[in-house]
Design a protein around this ligand. Structure first.
Ligand SMILES: N[C@@H](CCC(=O)N[C@@H](CS)C(=O)NCC(=O)O)C(=O)O
Length: 215
């Protein structure tokens, strides 16, 4: 059986978990924290999570894993069948991860883990996030899904990443920059959470966060 390795507070781990659940693929989970330990880098070259153990070997990088699951024999597809629409779906995913999540991530240390980030970084990230969010606003459909009328992998990615991105922006800047550019986002996030796979990931993530911060 496929094994998903990582921790339930990780957004990239939860992205893959959500896709596995939406696709109704059986899998097991192994709790693995990221590190540079010898044991881990044998399984995940950069010591990062998530990674997936399959019967053929290990895969790292959440987006590679998601596309492997899509390409492997599975009834439920999470990408549009038309080549251009598939590319538009990937465009949204890449945009969210490169121009929004990876920028907000520079603030997680202070926003989520009690560390601190310099004012210079905060100002730089705010500028980048403003460009990223206003760009995303020109691409999203929210009708009702992010790519249009079809539920896709881009909905899984958006819902997962915006949870920490919104929390981080609110905590660091005290304003809801996301709401300013994407006023429909909150209703969209709530709509998605009605899906059983999403509510399971939300519940598991809440439990993982509680356990992590209790330590
Ligand atoms: N591009 C990677 C990002 C994975 C990632 O950044 N994972 C974090 C946890 S959310 C991690 O392992 N961080 C440890 C590190 O960067 O060394 C993916 O999509 O899987």
């Amino acid at each position: 059986m496929i094994k998903l390795c990582g921790v339930g507070i990780s957004n990239y781990y939860n992205k893959v978990k959500l896709v596995l659940l939406e696709k109704e693929i059986d899998f097991e989970e192994e709790k693995v924290f990221p590190s540079q330990s010898e044991d881990l880098i044998k399984r995940s070259a950069l010591g990062k999570i998530p990674f997936l153990e399959t019967e053929h070997g290990i895969l790292t990088e959440s987006q590679v894993i998601v596309e492997y699951l899509e390409d492997s024999d599975c009834a439920k597809k999470l990408y549009p069948s038309d080549a251009f629409e598939r590319a538009k779906c990937r465009e949204l995913i890449q945009h969210i991860e490169l121009n929004i999540e990876l920028q907000a991530r520079r603030l997680y240390k202070e926003a989520l883990f009690g560390g601190s980030v310099t004012d210079e970084t905060k100002a730089e990230v705010k500028e980048k996030l403003t460009i990223g969010l206003s760009g995303l606003a020109r691409l999203v459909k929210f009708s009702p899904f992010i790519c249009g009328d079809q539920f896709t992998a881009a909905d899984c990615v958006a819902w997962i990443h915006f949870y920490y991105v919104q929390m981080t922006i609110q905590k660091i800047y005290g304003t809801d920059l996301v709401q300013q550019y994407l006023p429909a986002l909150n209703d969209y996030m709530q709509m998605l959470e009605q899906r059983p796979a999403f509510s399971k990931v939300a519940a598991d993530r809440a439990a993982a966060l509680e356990a992590f911060f209790k330590k």
